[in-house]
Design a protein around this ligand. Sequence first.
Ligand SMILES: Cc1cc2nc3c(=O)[nH]c(=O)nc-3n(C[C@H](O)[C@H](O)[C@H](O)COP(=O)(O)OP(=O)(O)OC[C@H]3O[C@@H](n4cnc5c(N)ncnc54)[C@H](O)[C@@H]3O)c2cc1C
Length: 402
Amino acid sequence: MTASSSARRSETTRAFDAAVIGGGLVGSWTAFFLARRGVRVALLEKGAVGAQSSGVNFGNLRLQGRHPTQFPLSLRAHAIWEQLEQLVGEDCEFAATGHLYLAFDEAESEKLEAHARAGESHGLAIERLDGAAACRRWPWLAPVVRAATWSARDATANPRLVTPVVARAAARLGASVIQNCRVVAVDRAHGGFRLATDSGLTVAAPQIVNAAGAWAVDIARCFGETAPLFAAGPPQFVTEPLPYRIVPSVQTVDGSVICRQVPRGNVIVAGYPRTASDPVANRAPVPPQKTLSTMAHLRRLVPSLAAARVIRVWSGIEGYLPDMLPVIGPSATTPGLFHAFGLCGHGFQIGPGVGAALSDLIVDGRTETPLDACSIARFQRPVVPDEKWTREFDSEAIRTGP
Ligand SMILES: Cc1cc2nc3c(=O)[nH]c(=O)nc-3n(C[C@H](O)[C@H](O)[C@H](O)COP(=O)(O)OP(=O)(O)OC[C@H]3O[C@@H](n4cnc5c(N)ncnc54)[C@H](O)[C@@H]3O)c2cc1C
């Protein structure tokens, strides 16, 4: 990313009220809400809309276990998820499956309890069960579970469908969705911004949103600010179709197993630690050993899946920050620039809320959704890494990290 003086000459210049860089879920929802409020908005995507993290994620819309500062945003997002089909006009396999959080020992049970209290303080209904009660209610669980919490409102959706559907809905509202169009240079011009792209198009707009996912720091640096963003992903796999029994989304609090079964029968499985991915080469490798070890954890928790055949593995290029909180809100250096990146593995759930809050900031100049904890300005001083940073990432991801 360079200042636009070094970019190649544009063939066409188009003017908009706002331009969004990055057609992931965050950028697509931002374009949707801006277009709905009558803003002439361009959504610029270097590849295909929803082809990165937003399209390859696990599909969990989890309210349990949110960072305490994130509940207002997360609940705002959830209300949007719950009316998804009415808003975007297409089915995205949204299902209120509920989320089952599991602990194996006393220390983990205390963590579950702390998460439950945080959720309840924001109005979430959490049911607590001991291991025996959990195994009676979900008989496919092995008696290795010590405690469980259950949130019925949590949900899942199909990530392969959602972002293109939201972008199509934004386009119907008047947004210009421009794919295969990489922003290669960005600069201030005439009191606004000028974005040069590799397609020959130049976009001029007084307000811009940096929703470029794991690539977003390239944009931020053009305006003299940065964040210690690094790219990683939780390796995932999917099994052959099996009889449909596991209705809720299941997660152990140690992150060793995260699984859900789709009504077609396939079981989607993820497990920490997350591994490094490469945003430059556009690769998210899955070490074979990683699949084998997650399969061993799964077998211990759900013995009936011991012989399940794995038919596909994948990961993604997700931007993480060491305090495990995203950057969302105005630039600290440049009026008219807004950032929304580094969603730290939680962005599928909060994505609609982020888009709605950004549209508030752009149209109204303020939002009711508290975003202070997400300010990019926090990186002007060293931040304290979250304990998850060392616990949930493998050594390679940490080595390539900040
Ligand atoms: C394997 C995996 C599992 C996950 N599971 C979950 C889950 O279960 N629940 C959950 O809530 N979250 C989950 N996440 C996280 C979630 O997917 C992300 O937080 C979310 O999708 C981020 O959306 P985004 O729009 O910020 O980023 P992206 O989806 O990465 O979108 C950014 C877009 O910007 C584009 N771009 C970058 N640079 C430029 C440029 N210069 N010009 C034009 N376009 C550009 C990219 O091509 C990309 O399409 C998971 C992530 C991964 C990888």
